[in-house]
Design a protein. Structure first.
Length: 88
């Protein structure tokens, strides 16, 4: 029972290790899950020209245990600018 969950965590962690390497090489990242549905067009220039280095999709109210923090970040949709702050 614990093995499939551990495997998912390892796969997810490997994805972030790869992303960190790409950010250190100077590449910006648009990260999306394969099953993500894009409901509106947003030019990448909007994010590239923004004062913010990281954008995450808002996840609503799941998982509930994180609601006390005031928001939940969706791990399946993110923009990451290659910057010192993002890498740190």
């Amino acid at each position: 029972r614990g093995k499939p969950q551990e495997l998912r965590r390892r796969i997810f962690a490997t994805r972030w290790v790869y992303i960190l390497g790409q950010l250190k090489l100077g590449n910006h990242i648009l990260l999306t899950d394969a099953d993500n549905i894009f409901v509106r067009y947003m030019p990448l220039e909007v994010m590239e020209d923004s004062e913010y280095d990281v954008f995450h999709a808002h996840c609503g109210d799941f998982p509930i245990r994180f609601l006390s923090m005031g928001f939940v970040v969706c791990g399946g949709m993110a923009w990451l600018r290659s910057s010192e702050g993002t890498v740190r």
